[in-house]
Design a protein around this ligand. Structure first.
Ligand code: CMC
Length: 424
């Protein structure tokens, strides 16, 4: 299958067909407008391939997710978040020597610039951490050069390490507690936890179980091909905006409740059910009622139509973590009841709506003591290597072409501008 035929206005047009390495088929319509003056229309880009990419493969029907060819289940078992960063950004899992060098680089740059610190201190305490995160990342453009490709390579490393310090400092700032500096002897997840929770004169002891739980969540969020925030990063970067500006835009896109913000909304929803004495039926009924404007948060996915493999792993991890920590969270059993009921309901079955990555992740964040308004920040920290990988790939492969979709115009046809007194 090397071409597809389109008949428009009685005329036949031949369009090239491209096939991906997993047999995915796409019709290349780049020549369509010149040949016919027609465009394709696909609101929400549900069936539009925006690029060719070698970073992540998803088969939503089969529930498959692979980073650079490696199944997510295996990576979750065998790789740390630092290894995932290396895999996504540089293309391969690091060997022992490469990993040591990479970690050294992260440790060397983990301190936040004094100038950035001053900016961060000016935010009112109640500011949402996602607002601070996106603007702090954009502000990095003021402190680090981004003129050359080498600068941008270096900025990728700076971002990967400084983002965790910025995130932890944001939390300390909101609490009015002194900032805790990064430690070079700890892994990514435990360093973040120690910066978040160490209080002077009362050292915070991170257990391996807690470290592993956070690390796992970061690993699972590493990349997810052309989702809303990643497409935003690519879109902004295609105008040749720098890496910081592009990632900052991605953070904003992630913030929304239909995307990364869902992890926070899930806990609000479960808490609400808890306050209603565990009666989840009203919530399910509301989610099915289109007039309510409410959706079951943490349920459904544009791509997964069977199950989200990340959700499966996270559900088990939540069970294990809470058991090992001896924590009994009533929201976990409400989440399980809600899932079970939804998965037996015609509405959800018909539409193939299953729990997604955000359904159980909040339960783990809660058990780790992370406040709700920081959940999406954690999602952003995990997604960062994916954003960087796509930004770099886009810069290399798009041939410098700016992303610029078309539209079908539905407004007024041409009309005369009336004088001020003639207007109704
Ligand atoms: N609760 C109730 N109904 C839903 C839900 C839900 N969570 N999700 C989809 N539907 C319905 C929707 O109303 C529509 O029904 P109908 O065909 O009768 O009009 C049908 O299912 C198809 O939905 P859609 O809006 O066309 O699906 P989409 O691919 O545009 O949206 C989604 C995907 C994830 C935004 C959506 O499922 C949703 O809003 N879920 C809740 C928010 C959420 O959990 N977001 C996190 C996504 S996973 C992490 C990430 O990558 O961001």
């Amino acid at each position: 299958m090397s071409t597809a035929k389109l008949v428009l206005g009685g005329k036949e047009h031949e369009l090239p067909v491209v096939t991906g390495s997993e047999g995915e088929v796409g019709i290349d319509i780049a020549s369509l407008r010149n040949a016919t003056s027609a465009i394709t229309l696909d609101p929400g880009y549900g069936n539009t391939g925006s690029c060719r990419s070698a970073v992540t493969f998803i088969d939503g029907e089969k529930g498959i997710l692979r980073y650079r060819g490696y199944p997510i289940e295996e990576l979750a078992e065998k790789a740390t978040f630092e290894e995932i960063c290396h895999l996504l950004v540089y293309g391969e899992l690091p060997n022992r020597k490469e990993l040591a060098r990479f970690k050294e680089g992260l440790a060397k740059h983990s301190i936040v610039h004094e100038g950035l610190r001053k900016i961060l201190e000016t935010y009112p305490r109640a500011t949402h951490p996602m607002a601070i995160l996106s603007s702090m990342i954009c502000s990095m453009s003021a402190f680090y050069p981004w003129e050359t490709e080498e600068d941008e390579q270096n900025n990728a490393l700076l971002l990967m390490t400084k983002m965790k310090s910025i995130a932890a400092f944001t939390y300390k700032q909101a609490k009015g507690e002194p900032w805790i500096y990064p430690r070079t002897d700890l892994g990514y997840a435990s360093d973040f936890l120690q910066m978040m929770f160490t209080v002077p004169n009362r050292p915070y002891a991170i257990t391996p179980v807690q470290e592993r739980a956070l690390d796992l969540l970061l690993v699972l969020h590493g990349d997810h091909e052309q989702n809303c925030s990643t497409s935003t990063v690519r879109m902004v970067g295609s105008s040749q905006a720098n890496l910081f500006a592009s990632i900052s835009a991605g953070v904003c896109a992630l913030w929304g409740p239909l995307h990364g913000g869902a992890n926070e909304e899930v806990i609000h929803m479960l808490q609400h059910i808890h306050d209603e004495h565990g009666d989840y039926r009203k919530t399910i009924a509301m989610a099915k009622d289109k007039k309510s404007g409410f959706r079951l948060m943490g349920f459904g996915h544009r791509v997964y139509k069977n199950f989200d493999p990340r959700a499966k792993i996270i559900k088990k991890a939540a069970d294990d973590l809470l058991a090992e920590m001896g924590v009994k969270d009533p929201l976990l059993s409400i989440a399980k009841d809600l899932e079970e009921a939804a998965l037996q309901d015609e509405y959800f079955l018909e539409r193939k709506l299953y729990p997604n990555v955000d359904f159980y992740s909040g339960i783990i964040y809660r058990a780790l003591g992370i406040p709700m308004n920081m959940f999406t920040v954690l999602f952003a920290m995990g997604r960062l290597p994916g954003w960087i990988a796509h930004w770099m790939e886009m810069r290399k492969e798009s041939g410098g072409r700016i992303h610029r979709p078309r539209q079908i115009y539905t407004g007024q046809t041409q009309r005369r501008v009336p004088a001020l007194d003639e207007r109704k």
